[in-house]
Design a binder for this molecule. Sequence first.
Ligand code: GLV
Ligand code: MN
Ligand code: MN
Ligand code: MN
Length: 415
Amino acid sequence: NRSFGSIAALVSRDRLAQRLADMAKIGATEKGGVNRQALSREDGLARALLTRWATARGFSVSTDGIGNLYVRREGSDPTLPPVMTGSHLDSQPTGGRYDGVYGVLAGFEVLEALEDAGAVTKHAVEVVAWTNEEGSRFQPYCMGSALFAGKMDLEMVLACTDAKGVSVRDALAETLALAPAMPVRDFGSPAAAYVEAHIEQGPRLEAEGKTIGVVQGIQGSRWFQVEVTGQEAHAGTTPHGARKDAFQTALKMVNALNELMYDPDDVIRCTFGRFEVLPGSPNTVPGKVIFTIDFRHPDAKLVKERGDQVAPLIHSLASPCEVVVKETSTTAPVDFDAGVVDAVREAAEGLGYASRDMPSGANHDAKFMAPRCPTGMIFIPCRDGISHNEVEYASPEHCHAGAAVLAETLARLAG
Ligand code: GLV
Ligand code: MN
Ligand code: MN
Ligand code: MN
């Protein structure tokens, strides 16, 4: 008995823009971005703010063993599982004001619009802020959604450490202490559907003048951490033939990996995002190098075959150093649910937004939800396609459009 567009009409561009601006103050950087890495003090303050907004509006909040934060608006049939939406509040160290937080606050804006409408949905609608989507500080990435989906072991995740040796367990306790106490639930509660809104993080929508990306799926990815151990020695006195230079060895590995991952079609993505040379002194031969590999491709077979060559290739180049290769994350490509994809496309069309079907190059929590329940995503353009950068920007109009499409999609799925 609700007509199409009635919830979208109550989605407020200004309220959403204000909430995005308020969140962007937490961890704000001088260059206009945010540094709100997972399980930091800033992450805790962001959770506390979302919790305050939720309880002020009469929504219930809960958490789980990894600190995922759930905000719930009840439905009329308590026997039905919730329709879920959300994304993440954590950021890259030089992150923007939209990556992740946009999906959480677009979802929250939908809850507010439903509330303003006095709408009765059959299913409850839940907004979730997943813990550590980014994986910049703690690997594996997407640990919150992966645990929810039953794809990781909690004890293994809690034991993971950052570059300074701080464990997820300790960081989580400190972070959660900054937000009010709330009920703790088990992982893996049933979900009727999951729809995530996000900035595109690439240039296609903007280039084509489209407002909405109807996301078809996410490419596969494999992450590795490589630790090369050589021997520290005096830079002025040690002949090159007698050195165990961890940097020179790592450099050979990187060159060989670039050759392995060379793709004339430029579809393979391969990034060495962390490269630490220790002890980091100009006149000491490096005794240790730690570097990471982020490798992605949409084809499952290529992800498997090329990825399986990484560790053997590295080992073959280790001499005269020692090397340890750890695979820190592995995800196959996923296709989203045709029903949810259609619902997103129809919501965009019905609301009069120009849209296009497209894949996702970036990882999202939706990748882990896809095997659990019917899942889809909504993209909006971001300026110059730039993300994982402090200048990241999405206009209030585009943020509003994505939230309006999310509203109609969720309203339809929630009945
Ligand atoms: C995170 O943003 C990723 O796509 O790796
Ligand atoms: Mn993100
Ligand atoms: Mn990101
Ligand atoms: Mn991501």
